[in-house]
Write a protein that binds this ligand. Structure first.
Ligand code: DX5
Ligand code: ZN
Length: 215
């Protein structure tokens, strides 16, 4: 069964504590926290302060996805805010190996995210050093977009690369995941399903999470 990581980008921030309680009572495994700086992506979301509030509401994994330039400047701030996992974009890190060392030295699980245009083999020299790969199945910056179909092939390629190198990295799929496409995504080799729209815009979020869990 896949791990389910609802993206709080789609939460109702007027009722944030209530929404976190709902997730805690559901089959959610990770809280996926999308950090956007308005430079790496054309949107601005939230920073360490909000992560700190969310941290107080849950014992579940806080899986922080940094869609920002110069993530090395904020790694410690997100650690102090309570991040358990921290993923940086390969496209934002000219010294990615050093970014991963920094994240791990602070005691967090280290992840690398790649955009739809970035080939899977760009990960070949870092794949052994990381705990997860976020395969973006939409162009980052916004929730509620359509799953980009060629991501299925990238999942299979990444599964092959992980198996060939003996990496322990989990495959996390982020963007446009629904209860309809989740079974095929899991079959292709995904370990973790991020879902924003499919959960928070659902009439019954807990049911949607359970359906994703049992994909
Ligand atoms: C997009 C974010 C995703 C997004 C997921 O840049 O990284 O996590 O919020 O939302 P949905 O599931 O609605 O595509
Ligand atoms: Zn994300």
């Amino acid at each position: 069964m896949p791990l389910v990581a609802p993206s709080l980008l789609f939460a109702d921030f007027l009722r944030l504590e209530e929404q976190c309680r709902m997730l805690n009572e559901s089959e959610t495994d990770w809280f996926h926290l999308d950090v956007m700086d308005g430079r790496f992506v054309p949107n601005i979301s939230f920073g360490p302060m909000i992560v700190e509030f969310i941290r107080k509401t849950t014992e579940k994994v806080c899986d922080v996805h940094l869609m920002i330039v110069e993530p090395e400047k904020y790694t410690e701030a997100f650690k102090n805010a309570g991040a358990d996992h921290l993923s940086v974009h390969i496209e934002a890190c000219p010294h990615l190996h050093r970014n991963i060392q920094q994240i791990k030295s602070l005691g967090m699980k280290a992840g690398v995210a790649i955009n739809p245009h970035t080939p899977v083999n760009a990960l070949s020299e870092i794949i052994r050093d990381i705990d997860q790969v976020i395969l973006m199945s939409v162009n980052p910056g916004f929730g509620g977009q359509k799953f980009i179909p060629h991501t299925m092939e990238k999942i299979r390629q990444l599964r092959k690369l992980i198996n060939e190198t003996g990496s322990k990295a989990l495959i996390e799929i982020d963007g446009g995941v629904t209860v309809e496409n989740a079974p095929e995504i899991v079959k292709a080799g995904a370990d973790v399903l991020v879902a924003g729209n499919a959960v928070f815009k659902s009439a019954d979020p807990k049911k949607a999470i359970a359906q994703l869990k049992h994909s």
